[in-house]
Structure formats: structure tokens, C-alpha cells
Design a protein around this ligand. Sequence first.
Ligand code: GTP
Length: 600
Amino acid sequence: MKKFPQEKIRNFSIIAHVDHGKSTLADRLLEKTGMVSEREMREQFLDRLDLERERGITIKAQAVRLLYKAKDGETYQLNLIDTPGHVDFSYEVSRSLAACEGALLVVDASQGVEAQTLANVYLALENNLEIIPVLNKIDLPQADPERVKKEIEEIIGLDASDAILASAKKGIGTEEILEAIVNRIPPPKGDRNAPLKALIFDSWYDPYLGVVVLIRMVDGCLYPGQKIKLMSTGKEFEITKVGVFSPNPTSVDMLVAGEVGFFAAGIKEVRDTKIGDTVTEAENPAREPLPGFREVKPMVFCGLFPIESEQYDELREAVEKLWLNDPAFSYEPENSAALGFGFRCGFQGLLHMEIVQERLEREFGLKLISTAPSVRYRVELVDGEIVEVENPAHWPPREKIARVLEPYIRAEIYTPKEYVGAIMRLCEEKRGVQKDLRYLTPQRVQLIYDLPFSEVVLDFFDKLKSYSRGYASMDYSFLDYRPSELVKLDIYINKQPVDALSLIVHKDKAYYRGRELVSKLREVIPRQLFEVVIQAAIGSKVIARERIPPMRKDVLAKCYGGDVTRKRKLLEKQKEGKKRMKSLGQVEIPQEAFLAILRI
Ligand SMILES: Nc1nc2c(ncn2[C@@H]2O[C@H](COP(=O)(O)OP(=O)(O)OP(=O)(O)O)[C@@H](O)[C@H]2O)c(=O)[nH]1
């Protein structure tokens, strides 16, 4: 078997802010190297999950092998490794980048550098990647490549003098980019004769093959029949299939040091193939794993409950399945007096949370109610014990608490200067502590704040976007736990406590949040046949109260005589609304109520 010469391999990824044109450019590269026909081009190739396509975001990393005949007459193997585009997944991004020697930095020439681009550029620099700046969308009349070049130099400190001007949409600059990949990105190092060492940078479940693992070969070779070991757990498997995506999965006899591809080994659970882990040979293992591995931990939590309690078993099966296939997801049974049996689930971030919820509903046909997202608090009790609480319903009684600590993040926000004032007000509202404010260019400002993560999970992103008309961008990383004056806010509906509506809030905000929440609940809970009283309380002290007067008229009374279609429509609408209702005692509470806190 002829092995591909190592010096003709290039492994690279594309770093870009959302919408700056990463997928379009990737498609162009595939097209130019003859990997896909025009017909296949109609769908963007790199986004695999339907959900990703619908949301227009890339969640999971992927790898495509391209063969490119360069101007020097030689054929090169280019492995394009796709990276997820969201701050929730920055660990996955860092592992995908660790599988590359270079990266294209795609910046929209009409927009400029954004926070997420920066975060990923820094990850690339940490991994010693060669970075090739590409200014995309030069076809747009408002494109200003000179300004954006200057930004790249001033903000990132990267030489942008030989940045490539491109239009992924119009196919301008594609060949120049391919030549730059060949000429500027170094070939992989690594020893084909050393014991096997490969980096896992993605894995997923395939119904035919079991778990499919994407790897970057660092040393040695990988072939069917080989016995391998995953170094973080010591688990052993036998390779059944080795292949590459070109872009459809194609079997190969062997993968060797420097290459990128996939393998299957009869692995049943994605959980066994952790991103960042090292694959080695069972018989002749590498001495040390590759650096940079860590377990991903959930940071955001919420309760998920079936609307129909008969769906509990189905929900349990679904979350178990998901858990096996998503190492960043956690769950434990939860019993809520208000919502019945469900699960407290943990996620990497808010986007991850939304995606999981959507998958549970779409792929498993479940109808769910979710509670407001919360973070994990550290509570020091008077008896010296320390407990971690991510569920307000499990908050210890006040008299038992000595001190509470909450997680803080460091946020880097980039914004045009017009919005600095509004963003600073927002950060202060959210109990942020300013760490830095810098003019990166006369137009663009970098703000650094330390913020309680609990404030960020509520609605910080949405507010940041609306305060800056969409122009500000942000990235964050976890800092530490800090002492904080937090209290539990309870909600009572007709004197009954609704545990699923409880919240942990800062003492100074408890009154405001209590009042706002109660008035929001009044708006979203439909009128019932009897009066409904909603109260917010801290301990035994009621701080806010609202009442919903009883319903007087039948909903159908609105319809004028005999219009059957309209009547049916109205009834259907009512039924639709009911689907997302949960009965608490006699009171029907809609899903919105549980998320009302997000709208304050
Ligand atoms: N005018 C113009 N539009 C472009 C160009 N490249 C991409 N676009 C458009 O910009 C939008 C975003 O492009 P995508 O390729 O989906 O961007 P992306 O960076 O992959 O976005 P995510 O997948 O969300 O990360 C699409 O509407 C594209 O058609 C270009 O060179 N010129």
C-alpha cells in the first residue's frame, strides 16, 4: 500500500465569526478540489445535523479530506477540520485546533474582527498554528479591507499585509487560498514508526457502525484489526473500520501519522470516546497521552419535566441515551411538587441546553416543560459542610447557611464605541466588576468585566445584542467562586409553594425580581374559573402579590353565531395552548410561566 508522503499533508481549520462566511468558503474549497458536484453543493456540506442547518450554526467538528493539485504540479492532501462556532463549545474548538498546523482566519471585510473570532484566534495561537488571514465578502460595496487589515494587526497583532481578499459567494480568491494553505502551513511532524498516538477531536453515534471517532494521527498507524486503548479510561477495543471523509465516508486500509480520519471499533457509547483523549495501541502503548485533555463539566442546569406524566419513562430512556452520547450532558432524577417527576439536567452552556431540549422533543417525540436555567452554587453550612446546589428547590434553610459562593466568569466584550455606555450600564445592572476598557481602534472598544455567571445565563446575551443593535460580541471563560449575598425567592400560587418557580437571587435584587416575576406570572397564567393569587416570598416574608380575577365568559362567547370554522380554530388554539400547560392543584400553568424570569 502506498502511503501519502507526510510532507504533502496539510491540516487546517477555518476560524470565523458566525455569518462571516465559513461554511460558504468551505463549500468553495470542496468545489474547487472537485470533491462535490454542483448538485451536492446545494446543501452546505459541513453542517451535519439538521438542527445545525436550521439554526445555521456549526455544532460539531468534522473533517474533510481534499486532494489538491497545486501550481507546483504536486498533489497535496488537505484535511479541513471544521470547528464549532459557539462559546459553549470552546473546549471542542481547542481540540479541533490542536489537530491542525494552520488555520484560515476568515473575517467579513464589511464587519471586522469580533469577540468570538478573537477567542478562537487565541486558541489557535496557543496551539502554534500558522494563521492565514482571509478577508471575505469583498464583493460587498461596504467592504473595507484596509480598515479590517488594520484591525487584524492592531487587535490580534497578526501581520495582515498578505491577507487574501476573497468572496466565498462569488468564488473570488479560492485558488489563492488553496495555494497559501500549501505554501504557508507546515506539514505535520510525527513519527510513523513510533507507537500509535492519535487525538480524538470528535465522535458521534452511527446506527450502522456504532460510535464513529474522528482522529488526528500524531504518531504511528491505525488499521482494521488493531487493538487500541483509550488512555483516559484504559478501555480497549478492536478497530473494525478506518476511513476518511472525502466528503462521503470512504474506507482506507490505514491511517498514518499526520493524517486525519475516522475509525469505528464496535464502541457503543460516545461517552467512552472523550474529546481530547489519546488513542494508543493496546499491546504497545505510548508512554504519555497527548497534552490538553480535560473532562467537560456542565455549567448550566435546568429541570426537564414531561407535560404528560405518562411520558416520564420515555423521558428517562431519552436522557439516558443522550447521556451515553454526549459526555457534556448530565442528569439526575428530580421530583418537583409542582411538576412531578422529571430530571435535573446539566449543560455546557445555554446553547447546549437549547439544543438538548430540542433534540429530546424532536428525536424522541417528547413534550417537555423546562424550568429557568441556574448555575451551581457552593453553600457553606454552619456545621462546616460544603454542599453544591444547582437546584433552587434544594437550597438549604436560611438558618443553616454560613456563606454562599457563586461562580464568576470573565467576559470580553467587543463593541463599536457608540454602545459603550449602554453596555457598561448593562454590566453594572448584572453586578459586573469592570476590569478593563480599551480603545482597540478609534471605533472599537474592548470591555472586560467579571460577572456572576447566574446573571449571564438569564438574559445577558440577548440584552447585550439589543443594547448594541447586534454589534457587540462577547466571549467568556470561568474564573472562580466568590462569596455572595444570595437568597431564595419562593413563589406561591393560591398559597401553595411552586418549587419549580423558586429562584436564587442576590439580596439587593430580591424585591425587584420578586415584584417583576409576580407581575409577569400574572400576565402569562390564563384566567381560571376561580381567583388566582400569586405571591413572592423570602422565607416567610411576602414581598409581592398579584391576583388574577376569575374568568367570566366562555371562550366561545366571542364567536358570533354559527361560524363553525372559526369556532373550531379557536378550540384548536386553546388545545394547542393546553399542550404546554401543567396543572398545579386546580391551576393551569403554562410553560412560559417557568421561564418568566428570563423576561424580566
Ligand atoms: N456578499 C457575500 N456574502 C457572503 C459571502 N460569503 C458568505 N456570504 C453570505 O454570508 C452569510 C453567512 O455565510 P455562512 O457561510 O453561512 O457563514 P458561517 O460563518 O459559516 O456561519 P455559521 O455557520 O453560522 O458559523 C450567508 O448568507 C452567505 O451567503 C461573500 O463572499 N459575499
